[in-house]
Design a binder for this molecule. Structure first.
Ligand SMILES: O=C(O)CCC(=O)C(=O)O
Length: 570
């Protein structure tokens, strides 16, 4: 391929910022003396760099009760643990989710100095409609790490209240004399602009059916609707339902027209949703996302691709989102600024196919000011019980990059099948290159991300994790030498544990990605079982051969160094 052909392909595939992201990772690793580079093509790992991490995980285990009790010793336990927890959740006699309160203590300067988290396990009865709820209430106080271990890493839903969330959003409503809140439409007209258009989702025509067992719902995803074909079931329990994809329509209205006409529009049909409101305000932040959720997806996309998964939803009473699980196997959090939502979570029949759900379900009410945390892969539908405005983010943390990879891999398989059915085949080098480009374009079209973007995201995460581990270990060693080992604060131990965990998780996904490259000689067990996605060909087709080989080389070096570090410390 000529240089100009390659330049053309690259321009179309990605903005150059993806190349910049790779370069940034290179430079960071060099700056922190993890690798050295004599020229652009020769990167050399610095073997001694990570072996200075003398903190042993065994010591952490010994000092840290939580690590043992939560059974999250290594990232490889994680998938089994998630399954186990989900099974236990659905097999509980009285199904409900925990309600979490987060209290922040502030220092004099006003920044958060301490985070206290209280979990009201099985607080139910108040708002869940399943189960008898006669169990006694159990209140536990959690550290941020315990919260992550009990809900985020293990993929368990919960409702969070007391989050100090508001910045600009407190201007979206005002109080009426009776103390209730109402929407401040003036704010939207003045700050968004009365002629600015907003996206209105049009739900396919459907009967409004109240009970899930009789339903014929729609599944709405970021790009598509999935319809669940309800079959009647005698037992209303483990009957399987199949889903089919269906196109979804979006129209646009001006802000002024939406505000004026929203009460006269059919709410089961029209819903202002997937609105990238924060993007309109660019640097000016409308709210601060909770620090407890360490999102690696949106910051990366915003820096490198220009898109994001940060939405505002505004729907009248009765508006709803049909049965779905979230895009890219992401998590979501949903914060009700005003109004109430009814959430229905369904038990998944099998993790490998989100379209198969059982008829077991749980209904939960999310009140005003509360945040729903939706774990990755959990099938759900949502209905607004009154006029509701919520902020919803889809997000990914390092510990669930493996789930994003699983989603991409299964989508890749589906696209491959489709291409075969269309009769696409490769005959020569150029055609293979173009086929790979088509594969990547289709993947981006289907799930909003291709393998090249994912690859650079993982490289970025791994680089950041290794550097964070180095820095945090240095701090810990300093604290230990000045205060003595026994006086090390548990929060610094938590921090080291978390950095180890993140580093292990990101390296594991990197291993899986490398396993998709033929003849990669350092294949670990997880890498050998990875699907054949022809990563090298895909990277070549979207990043150009030179950048693609730099990326692969960097991946191999990070994988090699990282695995050595983990083995040294196990
Ligand atoms: O609030 C809604 O209508 C849908 C929210 C949702 O499905 C989510 O945040 O995952």
């Amino acid at each position: 391929m000529t240089d100009s052909q390659e330049a053309h392909l690259q321009r179309e595939a990605h903005p150059l910022t993806l190349k910049d992201a790779l370069r940034t990772s290179f430079e960071k690793l060099i700056r922190h003396q993890i690798i050295e580079q004599t020229n652009i093509r020769s990167i050399i790992p610095i073997q001694s760099s990570l072996s200075s991490l003398s903190r042993k995980r065994a010591l952490l285990d010994e000092k840290h009760q939580l690590v043992r009790s939560s059974a999250i010793a290594t990232a490889s336990d994680l998938d089994d643990l998630r399954h186990e927890k989900e099974l236990a959740f659905w097999n509980r006699q009285n199904i409900d989710v925990d309600r979490i309160s987060i209290f922040h203590q502030r220092n004099r300067a006003g920044s958060i100095s301490n985070e206290n988290i209280v979990a009201d396990n099985n607080a139910g009865g108040q708002s869940s409609t399943m189960g008898n709820h006669h169990q006694s209430q159990q209140i536990s106080t959690l550290t941020p790490l315990q919260f992550k271990q009990q809900y985020l890493y293990t993929n368990m839903p919960c409702i969070i209240n007391n989050l100090p969330f508001t910045t600009m959003t407190n201007q979206w409503t005002y109080a009426l004399p009776d103390g209730s809140k109402t929407i401040n439409t003036k704010w939207f007209l003045e700050n968004v602009g009365s002629d600015t258009t907003v996206p209105i989702r049009i739900n396919p025509d459907q009967e409004v059916i109240e009970s899930p067992e009789e339903r014929n719902d729609d599944k709405m995803d970021i790009e598509t609707d999935i319809c669940v074909d309800g079959e009647s079931s005698e037992e209303n329990s483990l009957e399987e339902t199949e889903c089919q994809t269906q196109e979804c329509q979006t129209t646009k209205l001006t802000m002024k027209d939406w505000i004026t006409n929203r009460y006269t529009m059919n709410p089961t049909k029209y819903y202002l949703k997937d609105w990238h409101l924060q993007c309109l305000f660019q640097e000016k932040s409308l709210y601060t996302a909770p620090s407890i959720f360490k999102d690696v997806l949106n910051p990366f996309l915003l820096d490198n691709e220009g898109g994001d998964y940060r939405f505002v939803y505004w729907g009248c009473k009765g508006s709803r989102t049909g049965v779905h699980s979230d895009v890219l196997n992401s998590f979501s959090w949903s914060m009700n600024i005003i109004g109430r939502k009814k959430w229905t979570f369904y038990r998944n029949k099998s993790d490998s196919n989100i379209n198969k759900i059982s008829r077991e379900y749980i209904e939960l009410i999310q009140n005003e000011g509360e945040m729903m945390y939706v774990p990755s892969g959990w099938t759900h539908k949502v209905e607004n019980m009154e006029e509701t405005i919520s902020i919803n983010h889809n997000w990914v943390m390092i510990g669930t990059l493996d789930k994003v990879f699983a989603c991409l891999s299964s989508e890749i398989g589906a696209i491959e099948k489709e291409m075969e059915e269309w009769g696409f085949a490769q005959n020569d080098g150029i055609q293979e290159h173009e086929l790979n480009r088509t594969r990547e374009d289709m993947l981006r079209g289907c799930v909003g991300m291709d393998t090249s973007t994912f690859c650079i995201l993982v490289i970025n995460c791994c680089a950041d994790c290794l550097i964070a581990l180095l820095l945090c270990n240095e701090r810990f060693e300093f604290e230990k030498s000045s205060a003595g080992e026994t006086n090390c604060t548990s929060s610094s131990l938590d921090e080291v544990w978390e950095k180890w965990f993140d580093a292990t998780c990101s390296l594991k996904v990197l291993g899986k990605l490398l396993g998709t490259i033929r003849n990669y000689e350092h294949q670990e067990v997880e890498a050998r079982t990875a699907p054949r996605i022809n990563l090298q060909g895909r990277l070549n087709s979207t990043l150009g051969n030179n950048t693609a080989s730099d990326a692969v080389k960097l991946m191999q070096i990070i994988h090699h160094l990282g695995n050595q570090m983990i083995q040294d410390n196990s």
